[in-house]
Design a protein around this ligand. Sequence first.
Ligand code: HEC
Length: 320
Amino acid sequence: MKIFALIPRNFNLSKKLTTLMFAIFLLGIIVSSIFCYNILRSNTEHELNRQANVLISTMDSIRKYNQDKVNPLLEKQSEQKFLLESIPSYAVSEVFNILTNSYKDKYGEYIYKDAMINPTNSNDLATEEEIKIIERLSEQDKLGGQNIAQGFLTIDGKKKFYTSRPIKITQSSCLICHTSLEKSPKSLQILYEQGKYGANQGFGWELNKIIGTKMIYIPAEQVYKITNENFILIIGIFTAIFAVTIFLATLWLKQYVVQPLNRITQVAEAVSLGEMDIEFKKHSNDEIGHLADAFTRMKTSLEIALKRLVKKVDRNQNQL
Ligand code: HEC
């Protein structure tokens, strides 16, 4: 192959093999790095997405528990004084705050948000990007597609990986508080009058329509950090395996090819200087062993030819 001609001819065999293997290693590492990094990154995204989905499902379960178990118990008291603790979404955001504060190391920078087009609590107002996600989820819903969206977004100058699921009102009981101020309970109306919620905020919601999205944000550095850590580990192992392979191949070449060849060369040189007592030793039954055999046969022929020559010279001298 022409490519082999790139290795300098004056290199010895071990150097040639090391250069060849090193070139293969470099090429291999460049190609595999590109593939490996992309595969690892999509795996990390997949894993974080799975984690985010578990969190969203947990939050949904808290919502359901609050709705089915806590809300009925607090209904009476809430008529006197509106108890936010009876509101599923309030419970969810409180639980998530506890989670991020109690497990700062792992979830400290995670964000949960019920991003809404028209929220009750203005903290839940969807940003432009989140509105686009809500629109995308609505489209997917109409087409009967996946009820999930994921990707990267920049929030306050920081890149975040997000996973989102739609918020759809499926129970008409929800509309008691989310239709209009007049129709909502008196105790809630007081909160609006006190200015806790802005006028018309959280009203006009419709049944079976996607009106918002549950968002989990994970710092993008986490995606890169996990990817980079795994990448360095895999490339490190790959490099170590290659280094050991190059070392062993060169060692083998030295022991079984270069040294026997050197020995044959030394013996051939000695024979060429007339030292006939020295032998071409055969150490293996391979090409090098066959070479030693061939040299031994050549030496024997040479000895016979020499002896004949000496005899002839002697005879000629006797005749004179
Ligand atoms: C008794 C009144 C009441 C009922 C019934 C009610 N909500 Fe709410 N909802 C509220 C209030 C008040 C908030 C704002 C809580 C806060 O300040 O965080 C809220 C907030 C929310 C939010 C968070 C986004 C936002 O608007 O700030 C979602 C999502 C939500 N509700 C969905 C529902 C669903 C789904 C149901 C039915 C299962 C429901 N609500 C039933 C009063 C109610």
